[in-house]
Ligand binder design. Structure first.
Ligand code: ZN
Length: 297
């Protein structure tokens, strides 16, 4: 880590902005996470009504969800021209938005060739299809994922000026979706894991995330027990952020450049929706990440 680089930290921003959580120290990106507080309190789920499962509004689809996403992103300072949104399926799939593959043109962001999956523009969302992570080196594109307890994982490679954002619930964490995103950055941009810094944003932490044996054992690797597992009154709890940290360190990310949120979505400061606490009708928070202008060398 060079002396000019700041530590990766998180901050709850309240003054002059919609209350949100922002990560500091991810170099050339902006990394933000909305809260349950107004004006963006319920997220696209709340605005668009029920439909907590499958392809309903909870997945960020439809005009109301698009309008919500654009309003929230603009309020958080995003000035670009496309918001890329996955249909989250609690999997480990990753989509790449790369300049080398033809994404990102002066007139807006379009997918290259016959594989195009959607169109951007300030009225709609760039639909990435079913996946739980996206990686991107195209300026002007914001990545967005939706959360109600699952961890958002933000990755940034300062050398390649490229980013990744993953939605990591217990299934995604067990399948190492954050590592899959790092690997996708390597394939698409030439990222070396040693150049990454990472932020695991607010999620349901070990204080509140009681699980069964199957979930706890799914977090273990044959080379390492799951970190963050506690037995409390005979019951197991898991800390997803600690598992994600272990897995990122395991592929070469510098432990000192990983910040795991101290904010629990279930009990933390009344800032967040929580699927575990509020049930299937829970609202959603959105994670946003976009590239800043590349700093001059
Ligand atoms: Zn908690």
């Amino acid at each position: 880590m060079g002396p000019e680089e700041e530590d990766v930290t998180e901050e709850v921003v309240r003054l002059g902005w919609p209350t949100h959580v922002r990560c500091r120290g991810l170099g050339g990106t902006e990394a933000a996470f909305t809260t349950r507080l107004e004006p963006f309190g319920m997220g696209p789920h709340g605005i668009a009504g029920s439909g907590a499962h499958g392809g309903g509004p909870a997945n960020g689809r439809g005009p109301a969800a698009s309008a919500w996403a654009w309003a929230a992103a603009r309020a958080l300072g995003f000035a670009g021209h496309a918001i890329a949104k996955a249909t989250q399926v609690h999997g480990v799939g990753v989509k790449a938005i790369s300049a080398a593959a033809g994404w990102g043109r002066p007139d807006g962001v379009t997918a290259p060739g016959p594989g195009r999956t959607g169109s951007g523009g300030p009225s709609g969302l760039l639909e990435l299809g079913e996946c739980d992570s996206a990686v991107c080196d195209v300026p002007g594109v914001a990545l967005m994922t939706l959360h109600a307890d699952c961890a958002p994982v933000y990755l940034y490679d300062a050398r390649r000026h490229a980013m990744g954002l993953a939605h990591s619930g217990w299934k995604g964490t067990a399948g190492s979706v954050a590592v899959k995103a790092a690997e996708a950055m390597s394939a698409a941009f030439g990222t070396d894991a040693g150049d990454l810094c990472a932020y695991v944003g607010p999620y349901i932490k070990g204080c509140c995330y009681e699980v069964g044996d199957a979930v706890a054992s799914a977090m273990a690797k044959d080379w390492a027990p799951a970190p963050g597992i506690r037995s409390r009154d005979g019951r197991l709890t898991v800390d997803l952020g600690e598992v994600i940290r272990r897995d990122l360190v395991g592929v070469g990310v510098d432990r000192r450049r990983i910040c795991v949120s101290g904010l629990c979505t279930s009990c933390g400061e009344g800032l967040f929706h929580s699927h575990r606490r509020d049930g299937a009708g829970a609202g959603r928070m959105a994670a946003f990440m976009w590239l800043r202008e590349r700093p001059a060398h």
